[in-house]
Each structure stands twice: as structure tokens, then as C-alpha cells.
Design a protein around this ligand. Structure first.
Ligand code: ADP
Length: 397
């Protein structure tokens, strides 16, 4: 058995999970999802890092807290049995197309990508730096949110803007939530009945606080809804998703808004929150049930956008074997699933109302040509597996 510590270091919080994974089946099978035996030994969350009055002053203190929690669970960060540490890194730019063993040079390259992810990459790096200081002897691996989308073809990844400007500033569609899309699309592909020669075609709808869709053909991502930043695409808890870029110019010229305010408006005060004052889908749906018109409109905009992307990705793929819902909303809201997919019988998509309400596993009707499924995501497990893959390859090499 191999012990992998997964660290997801954000600006004000640090999530961790310690996993014991069977050797020789990295990317193989088990753990209830058909992909390899893994046992969770410990997990937790350190919050309010660096906030005023918080006992956790910085990421160093956060990792000390993790270390103490792990030690009390009987397996400290200094344990000789720990095999490797896997770190989530949000933006890999064009440099990183796969999980990568962290060296000084790799850390510097992640740092150079900060302009592309000014909120996320510095926090991810802080976790990496502290963990490397505490365990310089251990292999540590960076797993990038963008990496799964590196196979998206140029026709889908390229914005139709002046090429020289785009090239100079790294402006293209990168996509995010890649670890989740990788994990869920692989699990969903296993549900396909008779995939075509290239393997199953899957549409993944990752609907959490952030939300993104991807189209995956035979295991390769060919389209995804987030772009240069996680702002593009679906309606989210507080982000707008797609808007006419002309809106930004209009706000600048007519409302005199500075770029920081526009950024804040679109990232933090839009989406469900902006439309109805609630960003939590549970609260929105309670209001929908009570007949609240603002919540109803927010929910309708959310589901309409989702349906539009399903149609678009159907066309991109040509045929679809499985549509998978994941994330807090995708896994729990039968109303979102129903509203996004109802009336699509002509496309071979038929939900079973009872199965949809139950919300576990396959939720499409027996005769539905496209299988629809609820597939709980597990980003930490996927990071652990990819970390194990890298160190096994390094050992062999
Ligand atoms: P994150 O992206 O932060 O990991 P999650 O994947 O946990 O977020 O998703 C959070 C969202 O899931 C919230 O909008 C929450 O309201 C929604 N959610 C959780 N449970 C339910 C439920 N039973 N019904 C509807 N929405 C739910």
C-alpha cells in the first residue's frame, strides 16, 4: 500500500486528505467507482487562513495544523510511511499538460503563471512551498485543473480575436475543474452500452458553486465551457458565465466602472446570487417551490444555459453515450436535472422521473438511447491517483 497526502490549498482555506492506495492499480479499478482500491485515512479542512483574529496566520500555520490533526489520527506528516504529496494547482497554462513532479524549476514555472490565475496559483504555491520545506525528502506532484482540457482542439480553444494579441498575452480557452471532469468522465464511460469505435462519448456537467461542462470523446476532452478564466460558460453561484463582452465596455463607458469593480460584479455578485440574492441552490429551490418569481427566473436562466450547452456539446460530439451530472447541484438537484433535459426525447434523452428523484447512478429510462447518470465526483482521489501514477513512472524511469 502507498500513502498519499492530497493538499488543496486555497487563498483562505486548506483542504487535505490522506489516502492509502493499492499499488499497481493507479488509474485501475475499485473504491466503489470501479477505479482502484483506496482507503481514506484522514481528511479535513483548515479555514480562515490569514484572516484577522484567526489563529491560523498563514499557510505554514495551516500545514502545522494539518500535521497535528494527522498526528492525532496516528499518521503525522513526518511519518516515514508517507509516500508522496499531491497538490492541486489551478492553472497550468500551456506549460503543464499532465501531472508533474515538483522541482524548483517547476515551482518557478507555476509562479510565472500567476497572471493567468491571480487568486488561485499563489495560494496553491504557498501550500507547495510549505509542504516542500517540511518534507524536502518526499516526491511532491502538481496536478493541474487545466491539464485534462489540453486535448481540446484548436478550433474550440481559440478565441476569434487578433492572433498576435492573443499569442502575446496567452489568451485562449484553457478550461478548469479538469480533475473532476477526468474522474467523472472515466466513471461515466464505464456505463456506456455500445460505444462507437473511438470509445464512449460523454458530456460531463460539473455543477457546484463553480460550474462547467465538458465534452469527452473516447477519454479525450474535446470541448469545455470555462475559458481563459473560470468565468466563462454556465451560470454559477456568484459568477455570470457567458455574457456579451460588450457588456463590460458598456459598464466602463456608461457606468464609469473601474475594471476591478466589473471583475467583482461578474465574479462575486452575479450568477444565482446576482439574479435572486441567494447563491445556494437549496435556498433558491425552496423559494421556487414557494412560487417566488425572482428565484424562478434565476433557476430558469440556470437551467436554460445548461440545456443550451448540452445541445451544443451533442453537436460537437455527433453522438452521445452518457450524460453525467456531478458536483453539489448536479448530484442533488433533481429539479435542475429535469429542467435541463426535459423534452429532449428526439435526441434520445429520456429521464426516468422516479430514478431522477432517487438521484443515484443511472437516472434515464430503460429505452433512453443516451444514458443519463449521477456520478459523484472525487477530486482528492483523482489527485492521489495521478500523483501515484507520476511517482510510479518516475521510479520505473
Ligand atoms: P464546491 O464547488 O464549493 O465544491 P459543491 O460541489 O459542494 O461546491 O456544491 C455546492 C452547491 O450544491 C450549492 O449551491 C448547494 O446549494 C448545492 N446543493 C447541495 N445539496 C443540494 C440539494 N440537496 N439540492 C440542491 N442543491 C444542493
Amino acid at each position: 500500500m502507498t500513502h498519499i497526502l492530497v493538499i488543496n490549498s486555497g487563498s483562505s482555506s486548506l483542504k487535505y486528505r490522506l489516502l492509502s492506495i493499492g499499488d499497481g492499480d493507479g488509474g485501475g479499478n475499485g473504491d466503489g467507482d470501479g477505479q482502484g482500491t483506496a482507503v481514506r485515512l484522514a481528511s479535513g479542512l483548515v479555514e480562515r487562513i490569514g484572516e484577522p483574529g484567526s489563529p491560523v496566520a498563514d499557510h505554514g500555520a495551516a500545514l502545522d495544523a494539518v500535521s497535528a490533526e494527522l498526528a492525532s489520527a496516528g499518521f503525522g506528516i513526518d511519518s516515514p510511511e508517507l509516500t508522496a504529496i499531491g497538490h492541486r494547482v489551478v492553472h497550468g497554462g500551456r506549460d503543464f499538460t499532465e501531472p508533474t513532479l515538483i522541482t524548483d524549476e517547476v515551482a518557478e514555472r507555476i509562479e510565472r503563471l500567476i497572471p493567468l490565475a491571480p487568486l488561485h496559483n499563489p495560494a496553491n504555491l504557498a501550500g507547495i512551498e510549505v509542504a516542500r520545506r517540511i518534507r524536502p525528502d518526499l516526491p511532491q506532484v502538481a496536478v493541474f485543473d487545466t491539464a485534462f482540457h489540453c486535448t481540446v482542439p484548436a478550433a474550440a480553444a481559440t478565441y476569434a480575436i487578433d492572433r498576435e494579441t492573443a499569442e502575446r498575452y496567452g489568451i485562449r480557452r484553457y478550461g478548469f475543474h479538469g480533475t473532476s471532469h477526468a474522474y467523472v468522465s472515466r466513471a461515466a464511460a464505464g456505463l456506456a452500452d455500445r460505444p462507437g469505435p473511438g470509445g464512449p462519448n460523454v458530456i460531463v456537467l460539473h455543477l457546484g458553486n463553480g460550474a462547467s461542462a465538458s465534452a469527452v470523446a473516447g477519454g479525450r476532452c474535446v470541448e469545455t465551457s470555462m475559458g481563459l478564466t473560470p468565468l466563462e460558460g454556465l451560470v454559477m453561484g456568484t459568477r455570470s458565465g457567458d455574457v456579451d463582452p460588450g457588456v463590460l465596455m458598456h459598464l466602463r463607458r456608461e457606468a464609469g466602472m473601474e475594471v476591478e469593480r466589473i471583475d467583482e460584479l461578474l465574479n462575486r455578485r452575479s450568477g444565482l446570487l446576482g439574479l435572486c440574492g441567494d447563491n445556494d441552490m437549496r435556498a433558491v429551490e425552496k423559494r421556487v417551490a414557494a412560487g417566488d418569481p425572482e428565484a424562478e427566473l434565476a433557476h430558469a436562466v440556470y437551467c436554460h444555459r445548461l440545456r443550451k450547452y448540452v445541445g451544443a456539446y451533442y453537436a460537437v460530439l455527433g453522438t452521445v453515450d452518457v450524460i453525467a451530472f456531478t458536483g453539489g447541484i448536479g448530484e442533488n438537484s433533481s429539479l435542475v436535472r429535469e429542467r435541463a433535459l426535459s423534452g429532449l426525447e428526439a435526441l434520445g434523452i429520456v429521464l426516468d422521473a422516479g430514478l431522477n428523484a432517487a438521484g443515484e447512478g443511472v437516472i434515464s429510462a430503460g429505452g433512453s438511447r443516451v444514458k443519463v447518470a449521477v456520478v459523484p465526483t472525487d477530486e482528492e482521489l483523482e489527485i492521489a491517483r495521478q500523483t501515484l501514477d507520476v511517482i510510479s513512472r518516475t521510479d520505473r524511469g
